[in-house]
Design a binder for this molecule. Structure first.
Ligand SMILES: [Fe+2]
Ligand SMILES: [Fe+2]
Length: 177
């Protein structure tokens, strides 16, 4: 049986754990704004639902980290802070920005998970299955975001680029440290 590169495997789990935790933090930041200065109960409900999926994703990687004895990224506190800030900031800017934040991040994650799925061999069948399921959840989140008004027109295209660049940067660092 072909084996998955062990170094890659460790990087995958470390970065996915960081990413799913970051996703929770982004939604927490958005909910913080929605519980204080922004009033939109419908949006709040949608974000809460997506956050529950992220919690499920994060719990899975949390247990994988423990089971496989992998060090989580040292930058968790930084990603927590930036995630909260991004979530809060995007929600202050309005519903379009709130939803674009989800769309932009999920577009990066879609590629990221696809890339991992391609590199996981049959010795990691279950992990591959789980990541494939999570990837579908993220694609559903992306669809919800566009249905709810995410747009890349004008100013938002700049915001999309900034969020994508930041997310990719966070991914490449969290794989390594
Ligand atoms: Fe997720
Ligand atoms: Fe998601």
């Amino acid at each position: 049986m072909k084996k998955t590169n062990p170094k890659k495997l460790e990087e995958f789990i470390r970065v996915d754990h960081a990413g799913e935790r970051g996703a929770i933090k982004i939604y927490e930041g958005q909910l913080l704004a929605l519980n204080t200065i922004v009033k939109n109960d419908d949006l709040k409900k949608k974000i809460n639902e997506m956050k529950e999926h992220e919690q499920e994703h994060c719990n899975f990687f949390e247990s994988e980290i423990k089971k496989r004895n992998i060090n989580p990224t040292k930058l968790l506190p930084l990603w927590d802070l930036l995630g909260l800030g991004l979530g809060f900031g995007s929600t202050i800017l309005g519903k379009k920005a709130t939803m674009l934040c989800t769309a932009s991040v999920e577009e990066v994650i879609d590629e990221h998970y696809k890339n991992q799925i391609d590199q996981l061999e049959n010795d990691e069948k279950n992990l591959k299955k789980v990541i494939t399921k999570f990837r579908q959840d993220e694609l559903d989140h992306k669809d919800i975001a566009y249905e709810e008004g995410a747009t890349k027109k004008g100013f938002y295209s700049l915001m999309d680029k900034v969020i994508k660049t930041g997310s990719k940067f966070a991914i490449s660092i969290s794989e390594k440290i």
